[in-house]
Ligand binder design. Structure first.
Ligand code: ARG
Length: 428
């Protein structure tokens, strides 16, 4: 460690003691924070840095530029891991089976990505002989929770540093630091950028005017989804086929999940589908407004839920909703490795075993509406649904007996209350 630097005292056991930091695995995006960090860690800890960038399907990312920049900034190694397949198989797939939405609309793409990113960081840190993992999360968000909880769970021997949380630099100081040390800043330094996180399953923007709750969305925030008023006047219909809860085909064509998600995203985005202006209760206490672009999730989750409800009984459907809610909360809260999540996943597997069929969705100027459904396992019989006096499982003449017994307790309670009210009136 170089002298003259005052490091704040540590609170948690997994936080690195500056004296013992020798080689750091840095989760590197190539952006301003982590680029300044790459330099700052070498300077302030006298440590070597291995840069790690993870591909979770962020659109338009040039990874060779990112690794080149890391090496230019002094990294002893710069690696890229393509984790898209693992992300869809082990993170997005269970999320689809759990209809995963937090706070009524956020499909958790960031929350799903973080435990995987941190898990890969642990693997690469061990492989490259790092003793410490560094990340660029601030002290105000959920992402620090998700990443550090993962590292502390999977690798108790590794330590963590989170420079953005402890260094006393704001954006202006970071730009100044970058200038002083010839660190290239992309997108210029004039306007503050949005804070962006994106992957295959969605994109979030925070900061700038988004923090002003009275400000309606400005168009320059939207990078994926066409604003609905500019979407085509013609509707697009998309048919999504599922097998045991997993999307496997698009308009009859079998597709791997990565391609399927990207194709659905493109169709939905072109039709203005998947914009969400959302206020969220963070796990660290704050409320935050995010502008989300979630074209694929908006369509796929809608289709999955519809199919699931068609093949489930009333009892399964009512119960499943509360399990979905538990699942989403755990994942949002960064407790991916909590055994309850695994228990819930076993339930999700079982309850998705009949979720096979096809849902047709109409995309039109910002809306995604279910228009057709079909499944070999639908708990549905069109014979029973018509007005005809059909035989089989349903006899209309049985209904009065059902109503009499079904309403029995409610009718009794109604009477008891009326009698009590009557006697109170007589008393006074
Ligand atoms: N609010 C969302 C969440 O907590 C998205 C966070 C996006 N992260 C970011 N660094 N911009 O999951």
């Amino acid at each position: 460690m170089s002298e003259g630097i005052v490091h704040p005292p540590t609170t948690a056991s997994y936080e690195a003691d500056p004296e013992s930091v020798g080689r750091v695995l840095l989760l590197y995006s190539g952006g301003l924070d982590t680029s300044v960090m790459l330099h700052w860690i070498q300077k302030n800890y006298g440590a070597e840095v291995v840069a790690l960038t993870i591909n979770l399907g962020q659109p338009d990312e040039d990874y060779s530029v990112v690794t080149g920049k890391a090496i230019d900034l002094g990294a002893i190694d710069a690696r890229v891991v393509d984790a898209r397949q693992e992300f869809v198989d082990d993170y997005i797939t269970p999320a689809i089976k759990a209809n995963a939405l937090y706070g009524g609309g956020y499909p958790l793409f960031t929350a799903l990505g973080r435990p995987l990113i941190a898990k890969i960081a642990v693997d690469v840190a061990r492989e490259t002989g790092c003793d410490t993992i560094a990340h660029g999360c601030t002290g105000k968000g959920n992402d620090q929770v998700r990443i550090e909880a993962t590292i502390a769970t999977l690798a108790p021997e590794l330590k963590v540093i989170a420079p953005v949380r402890s260094w006393a630099m704001g954006r202006e100081e970071e730009i100044e630091y970058a200038r002083e040390h010839s660190i290239p800043v992309k997108g210029g330094t004039e306007t503050a950028p949005y804070s962006i996180d994106d992957n295959l399953w969605g994109r979030s923007s925070e900061g700038r005017w988004i923090e002003d709750l009275e400000q309606p969305p400005l168009d320059d925030v939207f990078q994926l989804v066409t604003p609905p008023e500019r979407a085509p006047d013609q509707a697009t219909v998309v048919n999504i086929g599922f097998e045991k809860g997993v999307p496997t085909s698009l308009d009859g064509e079998a597709l791997g999940l990565i391609d399927l998600i990207n194709r659905v995203a493109d169709m939905a985005a072109a039709n203005g589908v998947g914009i969400l202006d959302h206020i969220e209760d963070r796990i660290v206490g704050l409320k935050v407004r995010d502008i989300y672009e979630i074209p694929a999730a908006a369509v796929i989750l809608t289709a999955h839920r519809e199919l699931e409800r068609l093949v489930g009984t009333i009892h399964q459907n009512r119960f499943k909703e509360s399990m979905d809610e538990q699942w989403a909360y755990l994942v949002y809260a960064g407790l991916w490795w909590e055994p309850l999540r695994t228990d819930l996943d076993a339930f999700m597997e079982e309850s998705n075993s009949m979720v096979t069929g096809t849902i047709g969705i109409k995309l039109y100027k910002g809306s995604a509406t279910v228009i057709t459904r079909s499944s070999p396992h639908a708990v549905y019989d069109s014979q029973l649904a018509t007005f005809s006096e059909s035989g089989g499982l349903f006899r209309q003449t049985a209904s009065p007996g059902f109503i009499e017994l079904f309403s029995l307790q409610s009718r009794m309670a109604w009477q008891v209350r009326n009698e009590a009210a009557g006697s109170e009136e007589n008393d006074s």
